[in-house]
Design a protein around this ligand. Structure first.
Ligand code: PA5
Ligand code: NI
Length: 184
């Protein structure tokens, strides 16, 4: 028999499925994430920064999740809106991101703290290797939407990144600037 699976609109990352799992992350959830704490305090903690929509899928060894992140455009001070970022709890597990809409950067960092950036654009494909922390950054003026596929056993480890990432992406004179930071 033939059934119709959920679909994702490549133009805007909207899932067709009705009972997707949604999680909104608001400014107030991102304490300590942006470098300018005063500017972070100044915006309402209710401000939505990003939303993740996930399809329901089987869980366990070998199974995969699929989800779309919709990251708002904007800045906290001079720093572009971004996701919290994480290692996988199971460090060796990788992930694939696909750029769908908008313009931004994927920040990748290995366990030694070496960081690099990949440009995210509609159609871009990002192989996130195991043992790599990852974060999306919206450097554009519209919502940045990216599809992610990852092993259901991977898990999220946010705590190991308390030192933060080694790079920050800020706006300077209308341009996107990448800054190296010491101790996040
Ligand atoms: O699985 C992923 O890496 C993504 O779906 C992220 O979880 C999503 O972009 C939200 O980022 P974070 O989990 O760092 O808040
Ligand atoms: Ni991940």
């Amino acid at each position: 028999s033939v059934s119709t699976p959920p679909s994702v609109a490549f133009l805007n990352g909207q899932f067709s499925a009705e009972n997707v799992i949604k999680k909104v992350t608001r400014s107030g959830d991102l304490r300590g994430v942006f470098h300018d704490g005063d500017s972070w305090q100044a915006i309402s903690p209710e401000t939505p920064i990003y939303e993740v929509e996930m399809l329901r899928s089987p869980q366990g060894e070998g199974e995969l999740y699929a989800g779309v992140t919709h990251l708002q455009p904007g800045r906290v001070g001079d720093e572009f809106y971004m996701t919290r970022g994480h290692f996988h709890q199971r460090r060796e597990q990788g992930e694939v991101y696909f750029g769908l809409k908008g313009a931004g950067l994927l920040l990748l960092q290995d366990e030694k703290g070496d960081a690099r950036l990949e440009r995210v654009s509609p159609g871009s494909v990002h192989i996130i290797p195991g043992f790599s922390a990852h974060r999306l950054i919206n450097t554009g003026n519209e919502i940045l939407s990216a599809l992610a596929v990852w092993p259901s056993i991977a898990g999220h480890d946010y705590a190991s990144l308390t030192q933060g990432f080694a790079l920050r992406v800020v706006e300077r004179g209308g341009k996107v600037q990448v800054r190296e930071v010491q101790n996040g």
